[in-house]
Design a binder for this molecule. Structure first.
Ligand code: ADP
Ligand code: GLC
Length: 501
C-alpha cells in the first residue's frame, strides 16, 4: 500500500458535480482508480450553481478564506463532500464568481472575469491546503483554469516550508483553450512582474495561464500518446509547439480510460434494456426506444442509425458534418445529433432537422441521460474531429456496440482500429484527410457493411470486448507522481546540504 503518496487533484469540472465535457469524466473517475492503487487523493473544484443544484450533502470546513486578487481580497468558503468511493471533495464557494448559469460563459461567449475567477480558485486551493494542513506530495492540475498553481509553487510559495516538497503535474486536455488574457491582469494573480517574460507567463504580449502551467510544472501530460507527439508540431501546437518541444523530456502521453461503472450497457440505468457482447439482442430494443423517442420513421428500426454526441465546436468537425448531413439522409440512414455550442452550428442543424423530421433528430442542449440512450440505440457514432486530444465518446461507443466512425487524429487514432472485412480485425472506421468527401466515404463504407449482418456483428463484438478501464493509465500516473516527488526530494536535499556547508 503506497500510503505515503498524497495527491491534491484540482480541476474546473468533475463528474457528478459539474460537467461540460470529457475533463469532468476524467476528473470524476481517475481519482477512484488512483485510490484503488493506494494513493491518498483529495479533489477540489469550484462550487458552481450547477453543483449547488445537485444538492450534495456537504459540510462547511472553512469559513472566511481570504484570497488576494491584486490589492483586494475575496472571501469565500470551502465545503466538503465525498464521492461514492469515499474520496474527499472540496468545493470552493465564492458566490459572485461561481453562482452563475454556466461554468465558463454562455452561448454568447466567455465570462469577462474568467481570469479573476480561476485565479481565485487556483490560489484558494493552495491557501486552503496550507490553512487546514492538507499536505500533498503532488498537486495534479488540469487545463488552463489551474495553470497558475505550478507557477505559484515555483514563485510566491517557493520558500514557504509548507509547500517546499510539493511537486506539480499538469494535464493538457485541450490545447485549443489556452487561457489567454491581457498583460494588465498580471498583478491580480499576485505573480511577480518579473515572471512576465517568454520563459514565464508571457505569450505573444499577453498572459497565457496554460503556458504558466506548462512552464512551471514538474511534468506535463496529455491525454493520449499520439496527441503528445502532435502538439510538438506547428499543425497541432497552436502556437505552443516550441514550448512543448522545450519540455519534451518531461512530457508524457497517458491515454484516458473509461468509467465502466457509468458507461456500460450491462448496468446502464438510463437505457431501455441491458446487454453484453455475448448477448446483444437487447440493443435492438434500445434502438426501437430511441427511434420512438426522437420521432424517426419506423423504417429506421431496420436501417442504420448514426449518432453524434458532441460539443458543437470547430474542433469536433462540425463543418464536415454540416457539409454532408444531407448526403447521410440520402443514404436512407437515420441521423441523431445531441450537442450544444456555437450558435451557427446549432442553427444550421436545427433547420436541417426540421427539413427532414422523419430521418433526422437534432437535440440542442446538454442531456446526460439522452447521451446514454443514443450511445445504446444508435448503430454508429460519428467523431470527425479536426483534432482530438483523446476523445471519450468513441471509447464509450465501443462498449455499447455502436461502431465509431472517426478521423485518424490524436486519441481517436490511438483507440480505434480500422476494420478489415478480410481478416475480421478492427473496431471501427477511420478517415485520414480532414475533408467532407473522406468522411462521407467512410460513412458509405459503414452503411454498406451494415447490410452484411454477420460481418457487422463481428465488428460490433470486437469493439464491445475492448477494455479501456482506468487501471492501466492510473498506474502510469502513479509512477509519474512518484518520479516527480523523488525529483523534488532530491532537489531539496541538495538545497539543505548546501545550507549546511
Ligand atoms: P470533449 O471533452 O472534447 O468535449 P470527450 O469525447 O472527451 O470530448 O468528452 C465528451 C463528454 O461529454 C462525453 O461524456 C459526452 O457524452 C459528453 N457530452 C458532450 N456533449 C454532450 C451533450 N450535448 N449532452 C450530454 N453529454 C454530452
Ligand atoms: C478534452 C478533449 C478530449 C478529451 C477530454 C478529456 O476536452 O477535447 O479529447 O477526451 O478533454 O481528457
Amino acid at each position: 500500500m503506497r500510503d505515503s503518496l498524497k495527491v491534491w487533484f484540482l480541476a474546473s469540472e468533475v463528474v457528478p458535480f459539474a460537467k461540460t465535457g470529457g475533463l469532468a469524466d476524467v476528473a470524476g473517475s481517475l481519482p477512484a482508480s488512483l485510490k484503488d492503487l493506494g494513493v491518498d487523493v483529495s479533489v477540489g473544484l469550484p462550487f458552481y450553481r450547477m453543483t449547488k443544484n445537485g444538492n450534495y450533502k456537504t459540510e462547511e470546513v472553512l469559513n472566511g478564506l481570504e484570497v488576494p486578487l491584486g490589492e483586494a481580497k475575496r472571501r469565500g468558503e470551502v465545503l466538503k463532500t465525498s464521492t461514492q468511493d469515499g474520496i474527499p471533495v472540496y468545493l470552493f464557494r465564492q458566490e459572485d464568481f461561481f453562482d452563475r448559469s454556466g461554468l465558463y460563459g454562455t452561448a454568447q461567449g466567455d465570462y469577462p472575469d474568467n481570469f479573476e475567477r480561476f485565479t481565485y480558485f487556483s490560489r484558494a486551493a493552495l491557501l486552503f491546503a496550507k490553512e487546514t494542513g492538507l499536505r500533498f506530495d503532488v498537486v495534479h492540475c488540469h487545463d488552463w483554469q489551474t495553470g497558475l498553481i505550478p507557477a505559484y509553487l515555483k514563485t510566491l510559495y517557493r520558500t514557504d516550508p509548507f509547500f517546499s516538497d510539493a511537486a506539480s503535474v499538469i494535464t493538457v486536455h485541450n490545447l485549443g483553450y489556452q487561457g489567454v488574457f491581457p498583460a494588465e491582469k498580471l498583478p491580480t494573480s499576485g505573480l511577480p512582474a518579473s515572471e512576465f517574460r517568454p520563459e514565464g507567463v508571457e505569450y505573444w504580449g499577453k498572459i497565457s495561464l496554460l503556458k504558466a502551467g506548462i512552464v512551471y510544472s514538474d511534468a506535463i501530460t496529455t491525454v493520449s500518446p499520439r496527441y503528445s507527439q502532435e502538439i510538438q508540431t506547428p499543425e497541432f501546437g497552436l502556437g505552443m509547439e516550441g514550448i512543448f518541444q522545450k519540455r519534451s523530456a518531461d512530457l508524457y502521453g497517458i491515454l484516458n480510460g473509461a468509467d465502466y461503472d457509468t458507461w456500460d450497457p450491462a448496468i446502464d440505468p438510463h437505457i431501455k434494456a441491458g446487454y453484453t457482447f455475448s448477448d446483444t439482442k437487447n440493443k435492438k430494443e434500445c434502438k426501437v426506444d430511441l427511434v420512438n423517442e426522437l420521432g424517426l420513421d419506423r423504417r429506421f428500426v431496420d436501417r442504420p442509425v448514426l449518432g453524434m454526441i458532441s460539443r458543437l465546436a470547430a474542433q469536433k468537425g462540425c463543418d464536415l458534418l454540416v457539409q454532408i448531413a444531407q448526403d447521410i439522409v440520402q443514404l436512407d440512414a437515420g441521423l441523431v445529433i445531441l450537442g450544444a455550442g456555437e450558435e451557427t452550428y446549432q442553427k444550421f442543424l436545427v433547420k436541417l432537422g426540421r427539413e427532414y423530421p422523419d430521418s433526422m433528430a437534432v437535440r440542442i442542449g446538454f442531456d446526460e441521460t439522452l447521451a446514454h440512450r443514443i450511445m445504446a440505440g444508435a448503430d454508429m457514432l460519428l467523431v470527425p474531429s479536426r483534432y482530438e486530444p483523446c476523445g471519450l465518446t468513441q471509447i464509450y461507443a465501443l462498449r455499447y456496440g455502436t461502431v465509431p466512425i472517426v478521423r485518424a487524429t490524436g486519441g481517436l487514432d490511438d483507440t480505434i482500429e480500422q476494420f478489415a472485412p478480410g481478416s475480421g480485425q478492427g473496431t471501427g472506421f477511420k478517415f485520414v484527410d480532414y475533408e467532407a468527401k473522406a468522411f462521407l466515404e467512410k460513412i458509405q463504407e459503414a452503411v454498406s457493411l451494415f447490410e452484411d449482418n454477420t460481418t457487422w456483428m463481428r465488428l460490433v463484438t470486437n469493439g464491445m470486448k475492448c477494455d479501456f478501464s482506468w487501471e492501466r493509465s492510473a498506474r502510469e500516473y502513479v509512477s509519474l507522481y512518484e518520479k516527480v516527488k523523488q525529483a523534488i526530494k532530491n532537489k531539496s536535499e541538495v538545497r539543505n546540504d548546501r545550507r549546511r556547508e
